[in-house]
Design a protein around this ligand. Structure first.
Ligand SMILES: [Zn+2]
Length: 262
């Protein structure tokens, strides 16, 4: 372990518990089923006004036609102005100070029904926790539901050897998988602070997950991006995630916003 770095409690009224109370990370073991309460920002009124202002649509009653406020070519500009409030992600959570050095490599060890499934290290900027999730999803030990939360099909033990960074803490909570966090923190980790934080593919493409994370009304957003397109929202979303310009701009800006709040 590197030098200990003390984090200041932030000025959002957010409480951090004292200096790292646990010398060593403890194992988080969860039973089959729901992994923890999903923390959806959609339930918190008024948190994402700015983001939805960007994607505002108005209805002109005379023509009964939707009029889009901004043209789609301005999407990137609008994404650059994205302002979200993720504070609700941490409400009521027991959070530890993040005192691992930014360049440390995290390792997550996973056991399924008492048998070791694997060890995952942070690689190509994909955090150990996300690599472990990816494998658990592939093996069907975890399942991503249509509401954007995870369910365990087995008993899963998940141990990460350094504090879970703020990104992993937020993402696992949004996925309703807070039970997999070993030592949740609000700190940054490695290059995720530059707005790049690779997610398992199945999670990355799940529309409900993004709604839960940001509170953005994705139907409004898709109307904005695909004007004069009468296909359903699922087809529009498929086109959106296949469009690297738009989808990358969307995800990178969200992670940049999140990084500012960690
Ligand atoms: Zn992380």
């Amino acid at each position: 372990m590197g030098k200990k770095r003390k984090r200041k409690a932030n000025d959002n009224g957010y409480k951090l518990e004292g200096e790292n109370p646990r010398k060593k990370a403890t194992k988080a073991t969860i039973e089959k089923g729901i992994l923890g309460e999903a923390r959806s920002l959609q339930k918190i009124q008024g948190t994402c006004i700015n983001a939805n202002e960007i994607f505002k649509v108005t209805t002109t009653s005379r023509r009964r036609q939707r009029k889009i406020v901004k043209p789609p070519e301005e999407f990137d500009k609008a994404m650059g102005q994205l302002q979200l409030n993720f504070e609700g992600l941490y409400n009521g959570l027991r959070i530890y100070p993040y005192n691992a050095e930014g360049q440390q490599i995290a390792k997550t060890t996973v056991e399924v029904d008492g048998v070791k499934m694997g060890e995952y290290s942070t690689k190509d900027q994909k955090h150990a926790e996300m690599r472990a999730l990816e494998d658990l999803l592939k093996n069907g030990k975890l399942e991503l539901n249509t509401d954007g939360t995870l369910t365990a099909n087995s008993e899963i033990s998940f141990e990460t050897d350094i504090p879970n960074c703020g990104f992993c803490t937020a993402i696992l909570n949004v996925l309703g998988a807070g039970g997999l966090l070993t030592e949740p923190s609000k700190g940054k980790f490695n290059l995720a602070s530059n707005g790049y934080y690779p997610l398992p593919g199945e999670i990355k493409t799940n529309r409900q997950f993004w709604e839960n994370l940001t509170g953005i009304d994705t139907e409004k957003m898709l109307d904005y991006v695909f004007q004069n397109d009468s296909s359903d929202y699922d087809s529009k979303w498929d086109n959106f995630i296949k469009s690297p310009d738009h989808f990358n701009s969307f995800t990178v800006n969200i992670f940049k916003e999140l990084a500012e709040q960690l």
